[in-house]
Design a protein around this ligand. Sequence first.
Ligand code: SAM
Length: 236
Amino acid sequence: MNLLLLFPEELTSTQNQARLCDRRHRHIRQVLRAEVGDEIKVGLVNGALGKGRLTKIDDQCVEMDLRFDCDPPPPLPSTLILALPRPKVLKRLLQTITSFGVKKIYLLNAARVEKSYWQTPLLRPGSLLEQFLLGLEQAGDTVLPELHCQKLFKPFVEDELPTLLAGTLPLVAHPAGSDPCPASLKRPTTLAVGPEGGFVPYEIDKLMECGFRPVHLGERVLRVEAAVPALLGRMS
Ligand code: SAM
């Protein structure tokens, strides 16, 4: 945890104090081994960054005075469309994607996505929030991403994607793509990443009809959990 995130409702009415009695309290005591008077990096969820000066620590809770005075890091101007991977992979990826600063995530159905994956409890709002907070705490960011589940490939690609792509560079990560994935893109991008078995040719054709360019990361076929951070890192 490189940043202690607080929700606005956890602050006192004067907005400059907080009392925490949960895993953040344990982290401050057991991992940071902080003491009264120490300052730690804090952030307001969807708000500013700042410092918290510890005023009390005991077995139950920690109390701190707060000062918020700095903006969170800029977002990555990329929208990610990710064919839904298995829950174990999704859990880690949601944290990683959030840490990279992606603010718009679409989880998409595809021919090679197991239908049962859509039933995972991980997709419940509370579980998603937990993964997002872990990703933000890791990266020192405060702004939660928005996540949309698209369980129907064709209607999404035909009816919604054209609007979503407006003003962005659409790229589909595809090991058989003819061009290498461009690096250090400063412009808004929409990146599509396939399922563990890859997109089927029909899906690649539909994405290309929409304007997507297939790009590769070299001749090695990577697992989704390796391909996504490699692609986002390259585009950052
Ligand atoms: N046999 C599948 C194929 O050839 O598409 C492999 C799929 S790979 C495990 C899962 C996804 O990760 C791919 O659909 C693609 O989006 C991305 N990926 C993996 N390796 C890649 C590479 N070398 N270049 C571009 N994308 C890659």
